[in-house]
Design a protein around this ligand. Structure first.
Ligand SMILES: NC(=O)c1ccc[n+]([C@@H]2O[C@H](COP(=O)([O-])OP(=O)(O)OC[C@H]3O[C@@H](n4cnc5c(N)ncnc54)[C@H](OP(=O)(O)O)[C@@H]3O)[C@@H](O)[C@H]2O)c1
Length: 252
């Protein structure tokens, strides 16, 4: 089977590609810039832009399953969901996995209403987002400032999402299902900062307090503050769930 992976150069997509290869699938990777894709040997890299359907026709030719992201450039939700799904279905693709964000756009309903065997993946916040948001302040000031320090969330490592996507794309029994993907542990920013501080043998600031009564963004940012890890410190995350080394992700 040939699987087309959109977002293949992204935080999750690279893991989707790796896990598909491990499962013996033929992988075709979509990118707007093949010269910069840097994907593993054996991957067929094709140029295409999700916002420009004419560029996608060759990419979907001969494909049996497709991994879809929901935005196209500048993190704007795809506006051409219906047309994109029609193109995919007309090419003979049988299965689609959609990696969704916080809100549905026009792609998800179009996929559900199609004849494709679809599966929705809805992960919570990626662990890589913390790397993106915190690495800079840690590197330059040794401090993390985070509002809502007691907000609970089970962030997920992006490789786990990629592994699920590959399993769904190559396996049976997932059609018509939506999977809400979480990490293994409910964490709060305060707990994550404490873990970073412990791993780097630095004490968290005693001044951090719940931020729910803050009256302004600036106030929120002042309230939860903890001196923390240095950039060269060992990762506090278990091996499969670490942040360092991952490609930067952005919130969406
Ligand atoms: N980040 C989060 O916290 C989060 C949470 C839940 C769900 N999601 C979902 O995760 C997906 C994004 O995955 P990600 O965070 O791994 O991506 P990412 O790291 O932000 O990378 C963006 C990817 O999208 C591709 N892309 C952007 N615009 C494109 C376009 N017009 N045509 C073709 N490809 C385009 C880029 O490919 P090239 O630059 O190579 O063309 C790149 O592979 C989205 O569907 C989003 O809804 C994200």
């Amino acid at each position: 089977m040939t699987v087309l992976v959109t977002g293949a150069t992204g935080t999750v997509g690279r893991h989707v590609v790796q896990h598909l290869l491990r499962r013996g699938a033929r992988v075709r990777a979509l990118t707007r810039d093949p010269a910069r894709a840097a994907l593993p040997a054996g991957v067929e890299v094709v140029a295409g832009d999700l916002t420009d359907l004419a560029t996608l026709r060759p990419a979907v030719d001969g494909v049996t399953a497709v991994h879809l992201i929901t935005f196209g450039g500048d993190y704007r939700p795809l506006a051409n969901g219906r047309e994109l799904v029609d193109l995919i279905a007309a090419a003979g693709v049988r299965k689609a996995v959609v990696l969704g964000g916080w809100q549905e756009g026009v792609l998800e309903p179009a996929v559900r209403q199609s004849a494709l065997e679809w599966t929705m993946l809805n992960p919570v916040q990626f662990m890589a987002n913390f790397l993106t948001d915190w690495a800079g302040p840690l590197r330059t000031r040794g401090v993390v400032r985070e509002p809502f320090g007691d907000r609970k969330s089970p962030p997920i490592h992006e490789e786990d999402i990629g592994e699920v996507a590959a399993a769904v794309l190559t396996g049976d029994g997932h059609g018509g299902r939506s999977y809400h993907l979480t990490g293994p542990e409910v964490l709060t920013p305060r707990l994550m900062i404490r873990a970073l501080a412990e791993a780097t043998r630095r004490a968290p600031s005693p001044g951090g307090r719940p931020s729910t009564r803050a009256t302004s963004g600036a106030d929120l940012r002042r309230r939860v503050t903890a001196p923390c890890a240095s950039p060269r410190a060992p990762s506090p995350w278990p091996r499969r769930r670490r942040g360092p080394g991952c490609r930067a992700a952005r919130r969406c």
